[in-house]
Design a protein around this ligand. Structure first.
Ligand code: FMN
Length: 202
């Protein structure tokens, strides 16, 4: 089967892409509006870009041409926090994806605890074992009026004291228990972890 995206409605192509680009990590992004309203929402068109400087990207699609609160706040305040979604918080993460008006604080509506960040103003999700404080590096309007690619620089990493971290700063994935997003309303947990050593030159 071959699928030419030009022959199909973009909604179908969305379903195709999100069911074959799997599993995707989920950024649970906390922001503050300029008026001080807290916001929290999940994004799975998310990944790291590079480590020097430590950059990550989140593709935030627009709603009927209007920026979602996350992109609006990351742009107007220049700050956000990426909280890593782990098994115990799957249901709450999904609850925070509801299409609330900008004055709704999703921390309060789903019962999560905001704790102060160290560098940025938006708080972290206390329940998340990994939190990345970010400054908005740039926002690229990829497809004008359709999606904003928010690029952030991590200025502080927070790891729970309960997470095993080795001397090389590698965190145990098995202990982290991240959630990955599949297509539609499906999610996955880690299966078997395989270790394969890369070939050395020569
Ligand atoms: C697991 C998950 C992943 C999501 N990923 C994205 C994404 O990558 N981009 C996006 O625009 N919306 C994504 N959404 C939808 C947003 O979370 C949703 O539109 C949310 O209401 C945005 O909130 P905001 O207006 O407070 O920013 C996702 C939803 C879920 C449940």
């Amino acid at each position: 089967m071959q699928i030419d995206p030009n022959d199909h409605n973009p909604q179908l192509i969305y379903q195709l892409m999100t069911s074959v680009i799997v599993p995707r990590p989920i950024a649970w992004v906390s922001t503050l509006s300029r008026d001080g309203v807290l916001n929290l929402a999940p994004f799975s068109f998310f990944n790291g870009i590079t480590s020097k400087p430590p950059l990550l990207s989140i593709a935030v699609s627009r709603r009927r041409g209007i920026r979602k609160d996350t992109a609006h706040n990351a742009s107007s305040t220049g700050q956000f926090v990426v909280n890593v979604v782990t098994e115990p918080h799957l249901d709450k993460m999904v609850e925070t994806s509801a299409d609330h008006p900008p004055d709704v604080d999703e921390f309060a509506s789903v019962g999560l605890t905001p704790i102060d960040s160290v560098v940025v103003k938006p708080p972290r999700v206390a329940e998340a074992p990994v939190q990345l404080e970010c400054l908005t590096q740039q926002i690229v309007e990829i497809s004008p009026g359709i999606v904003d690619l928010v690029i952030g620089e991590v200025v502080m990493f927070h790891l729970s004291d309960e997470l095993p971290v080795d001397d090389d700063l590698r965190v145990s994935a098995a202990a982290l228990r991240p959630i990955g997003r599949l297509g539609a309303d499906e999610y996955t947990t880690l299966g078997d972890i395989k270790r394969v050593v890369r070939p050395t030159p020569g």
